[in-house]
Design a protein. Structure first.
Length: 451
């Protein structure tokens, strides 16, 4: 009887939190719709009008006519954008008519027609991301086991100006952040709770992230980091309950299965893969050392499985056991390092400082030769600047305060979550520096919900 009462009470709380979340969600839609037809951004025209191959219409035409080869519409690949923004084709079929006159080096547009195209192709993006924020809300509630923490986190996400802005643009980045973050939340829940539906959601969102942009490949090694983080921070509980071997068997088998299923979802979304198998690795070819990373992850997964199956996780247990002394040191170093770099980036550009000799180079200079000739430290500072300065003050200072507080003391329940999510900052900026890519705000979209 008491258990039934608790379930009813928890259900009522979920509805209460959802009702409260309706307020920031309504604000998200209000801000998003204020000028949704009043601007144009770079490359949007490539998706909805002009050129012989108009990407979104081409995708749906290819799918409806089973012309699978033509479902490869871009090298990003931008398929989720075509899927969701393509709903606008139901209402605006004469999208090409917005072009009045096509000159050799310029184009004249019909203003009214251009506004219609913008409205019908952008609204599905805004609506979809808003609805996905409800999934994020409940996933955060499950992960943190706190409805109020989930409400605060989801509110800060939907009211983030950068996220509101990108959700109005016909660009693959409009969906990358939501699928990327949803994949992380689902996988973290699966690692902790072993629920099959979390594994399925992990694979689904991983596949959708792949279909958005190939840069989401970073999720593959990061999933492995999430696994190791959980095992490291929960070693004592798992050892006391005698569950380490069972956990290792589940994770070592599930991890490659989830990645493989994610690749299958990717292929189903872009059937051109079945016609030209080389497209399956097209994204990896754009990422340096991707093959080496995959090999390392496969060997590591195989090792964990063999160790669990034959040696009953003897090696893994001892590695975890004798590395527990790092349980306070490693997180503290990570959090202090991240907080320090964020504050340094803020100080140097806000107050004209030159701490540690960071050169006075505009972050948006976009000079590839200049950027590549800088040392790693100065590259990192330039990479951090657009992210730090595009955060709202409340998010920036709360993030720094959380890192500094957690460096001193962290609740046991939060240790795994905070360490795993914080390590993504290291992985992301290490990755872009390795790729010799100077990021801007749009390229950093995957980091905003994490913050």
């Amino acid at each position: 009887m008491e258990s039934d009462f608790k379930q009813v009470k928890d259900k009522n709380r979920r509805w209460y939190i959802l009702l409260l979340f309706a307020i920031p969600l309504a604000m998200y839609f209000w801000f998003g719709m204020q000028h949704i037809t009043e601007f144009e951004t770079a490359d949007e025209y490539r998706w909805v009008s002009e050129y012989e191959k108009v990407r979104i219409p081409q995708y749906w035409d290819a799918m409806l006519n089973k012309d699978w080869e033509r479902t490869r519409i871009n090298d990003k690949p931008g398929i989720t954008l075509a899927m969701i923004s393509g709903v606008g084709l139901l209402y605006e079929k004469d999208y090409a008519a917005r072009v009045d006159v096509q000159h050799k080096f310029s184009t004249e547009y019909d203003p009214e027609k251009t506004q219609n195209v913008a409205y019908y192709f952008r609204m599905p993006i805004l609506l979809f991301n808003g609805l996905m924020s409800v999934f994020i809300l409940f996933s955060l509630a499950r992960l943190t086991k706190s409805n109020w923490t989930a409400l605060l986190g989801a509110t800060l996400i939907v009211l983030c100006p950068v996220i509101i802005g990108i959700s109005q643009i016909i660009n693959p980045d409009a969906f990358l952040w939501v699928f990327f973050f949803s994949a992380i939340l689902s996988f973290m829940l699966f690692v902790r709770d072993n629920k099959w539906w979390d594994a399925l959601f992990s694979a689904l969102f991983l596949g959708l992230a792949f279909l958005s942009k190939y840069t989401s490949f970073i999720l593959v090694p990061f999933f492995f980091v999430i696994m190791l983080s959980y095992l490291f921070f929960n070693y004592k509980e798992l050892a006391e309950e005698g569950k380490i071997r069972k956990k290792m068997l589940i994770l070592s088998l599930s991890y490659p299965a989830i990645v493989a299923l994610g690749v299958l979802f990717f292929a189903l979304g872009m059937p051109a893969v079945f016609v030209n198998h080389d497209l399956l690795t097209e994204g990896l070819d754009q990422i340096k050392k991707a093959d080496d990373v995959i090999d390392i992850l496969l060997y590591a997964s195989a090792f964990l499985f063999v160790d669990a199956l034959i040696l009953k996780s003897f090696i893994t247990k001892n590695i975890l056991k004798y590395s527990q002394f790092l349980g306070r040191i490693l997180p503290a170093l990570l959090y202090v390092g991240l907080a320090g770099m964020a504050v340094l980036a803020f100080y140097n550009w806000a107050f004209g400082g030159n701490v540690l000799g960071v050169p006075d180079i505009p972050y948006d200079a976009r000079d590839e030769k200049l950027f590549r000739n800088l040392d790693v430290w100065n590259k990192l500072m330039l990479e951090l600047y657009p992210f730090v300065y595009s955060l709202t003050p409340i998010v920036f200072f709360s993030l720094v305060a959380t890192w500094l507080k957690s460096a001193w003391k962290t609740r046991r329940e939060d240790a795994y979550i905070l360490f795993a999510l914080s390590s993504l900052f290291v992985a992301f900026y290490f990755g872009v520096i390795m790729q010799k890519l100077q990021v801007n705000i749009r390229y950093s979209m995957i980091m905003y919900p994490i913050a």
